[in-house]
Ligand binder design. Structure first.
Ligand SMILES: C[S@@+](CC[C@H](N)C(=O)[O-])C[C@H]1O[C@@H](n2cnc3c(N)ncnc32)[C@H](O)[C@@H]1O
Length: 260
């Protein structure tokens, strides 16, 4: 029988084998609670992350009836609703890696920022001058702001709610140019690289994420080069690395590129 887990601090989210009955799932959840003292709520994951906002469907199984998680990673604390806000604990190492690349006084833009894990880890572990956290979901932004305050970063991390296409660019709320842009994209057809290029300058580094089968990863480079051409930018792809697996033979890849 296959059972998958995601633990977000106080909440364990369990994906059960389809053959399991509800009463067996509840028994399993109660056992899980008694053997994991830091977990106080067990939910069943009943669907996949879906839609533009990457929301999730769950079913309550045992413990405290809440959807609000309080999760710690990289010396930071995050509160969020597990149904209305995408959050992946599996990206914790990746967030630390990106923060370690940020140099003193950099101006950083994080698109698709969710409840703020990338901006907050960068804000906490680097000497960036300011970090913008841009996210479409209103609920995510409410938590992002709470998380910025919780981690005492209100002077450094700015939360902006809105579609990256509407709020970023010359003359918009998020304007000027950035030294570094992080694009932990949702899995959508729109590549959004033109938005990043509109606030880039010579030397800007873009961390661009995408999901690919290993044999298809050359498509990531092709996409970047063709988008750069359309935007009239010259870029150098510095590296393409695996940043986690997301399914059978499919990986989250990160391309680091520099605008020339
Ligand atoms: C894969 S999640 C990334 C969350 C976050 N970076 C993290 O590490 O947990 C993608 C996020 O992009 C947001 N999103 C989707 N389309 C967007 C858009 N056009 N503008 C801004 N945010 C968008 C979704 O609401 C979702 O929270």
């Amino acid at each position: 029988m296959r059972i998958g887990f995601d633990v977000f601090g106080n909440i364990a989210l369990i994906k059960f084998d389809r053959s399991m009955s509800l009463s067996d799932k509840k028994k399993y959840a109660l056992q899980y609670l008694s053997s994991h003292k830091s977990v106080t709520t067990v939910l069943e994951k009943t669907g996949k992350f879906s839609g533009r906002l990457r929301t999730l469907k769950t079913r309550f199984l045992a413990g405290d009836k809440t959807l609000e998680a309080l999760y710690r990673e990289n010396g930071c604390e995050f509160r969020f609703n597990v149904e209305s806000c995408y959050f992946s604990p599996r990206l914790s190492e990746e967030r630390k890696n990106i923060a370690s690349l940020v140099k003193s006084k950099e101006r950083v833009l994080v698109m698709f920022a969710g409840v703020g894990p990338f901006p907050i880890v960068i804000g906490k572990h680097s000497n960036a001058s300011e970090v913008f956290s841009v996210e479409l979901g209103r609920d995510c932004c409410k938590y992002a702001l709470e998380n910025v305050k919780r981690n005492k970063l209100i002077d450094k991390v700015k939360v902006v709610q809105g579609d990256v296409r509407r709020v970023i660019g010359p003359g918009r709320i998020v304007s000027g140019t950035f030294d570094r842009i992080v694009m932990a994209r949702p899995n959508l057809v729109d590549g959004f690289l033109d938005v990043a290029f509109s606030v880039s300058r010579k030397g800007t580094v873009i961390h661009y994420y995408g999901f690919y089968f290993e044999e298809d990863v050359s498509k990531l480079k092709e996409l970047i080069l063709s988008e750069a051409l359309k935007a009239g930018k010259r870029v150098k792809i510095l590296r393409v690395v695996k940043a986690g697996d997301i399914g059978a033979r499919k990986f989250r890849y990160r391309a680091d590129l520099r605008v020339l």
